[in-house]
Design a binder for this molecule. Sequence first.
Ligand code: NAD
Length: 363
Amino acid sequence: MEKNIAVIRGDGIGPEIVNEAIKVLDKIAEMYGHTFHYTDVYMGGCAIDRFGDPLPESELKKCAESDSVLLGAVGGNQWNDMPGHLRPEKGLLRLRAGLGLYSNNRPAKIWPQLAEASPLKQSIVDKGIDFIIVRELIGGIYFGEHKTEIIDGENTAIDMLTYNEKEIERIGRIGFETAQKRNKKLCSVEKSNVLDSSRLWKKVMHRLAEEYPDVTLTDMLVDNCAMQIVRNPAQFDVIVTENMFGDILSDEASMITGSIGMIPSSSLGAGSCGLYEPIHGSAPDIAGQNLANPIGTILSAAMMLRYSFDMPKEADAIEQAVSAYLSAGYRTADIMSEGMQQVGCKECGDYIVACLCQKEETA
Ligand code: NAD
């Protein structure tokens, strides 16, 4: 297969971690007979320096014309005092809106080799934690009307929470389709005992379930879900939920896995073009020192293969190579522990490529 990938290296550690992900993608292309074409896109602080704009139209167009976008991270102290429209993060918001990305998907996975990094009890971690939260990204209370006015003589704040059937259906489909590519279990999370928007949410999910008979749908109230994520996270495969619930639950879920440098994410819209990026920022404190952990970006590339390019074998190969690298005892500084061998960002990428080569030789 031939695919065009827009590559946003960004700022801080962005260029270093993206370089390692590209090394891994190039090895996958060689192993499986694919061709990946990369187009460099400037976004964030580097785009402000180059064009005076965190994401000029011409750069956004390159992303829209690609099959998918791989992003490192943007931002840094030198752009902190810029006016709002000239902040690096504005580029990211413009990119999400420009590509119509309404779904954010964040895996929560504990690698057995890093189980000690989890704040959860060993007995809970041992059951295995590997699920994805599919969060609606551009609707709900964050995008409703916000106002504060005097009502009955009291200063009163109002935030509107609205969802229509179409908005629920399109994120619901991403939930079902994600479950189809995994263990076919979808948990729809809402607050239908209190909220009308949640009752509509539940109704739409059950209507959609008839179109996806291979997926088992369950419902869970959000307060119970927050408890279950720490009590028995092994029960989950895919969780689908609205914007605010997803915001809170996905942070809770990333916390139980222990290391920010390991977690990938994807944002998807109507087409197959997605945005793939690690969940962390540009880590200016360690930029340019070969200290960053590139695994969150490498696993984001694996998600791109699985969810945008329909290449499950290739995605599995990357995930298995990351696992083999961890089992061999290599660690970047952020996840270093006693008895392990510390490596830099570049060596981490090299070792993961070497693990792919070993797989190729034994195949
Ligand atoms: P951060 O995630 O960049 O860093 C938090 C801490 O985690 C730092 O100590 C950093 O060294 C460490 N860390 C992060 N990623 C790491 C990795 N891959 N390997 C090893 N250690 C890692 O968060 P921050 O310091 O709050 O933000 C720094 C900049 O990044 C800010 O300008 C912020 O606006 C921006 N930011 C960008 C994104 C994005 O591009 N999507 C997301 C969050 C923050």
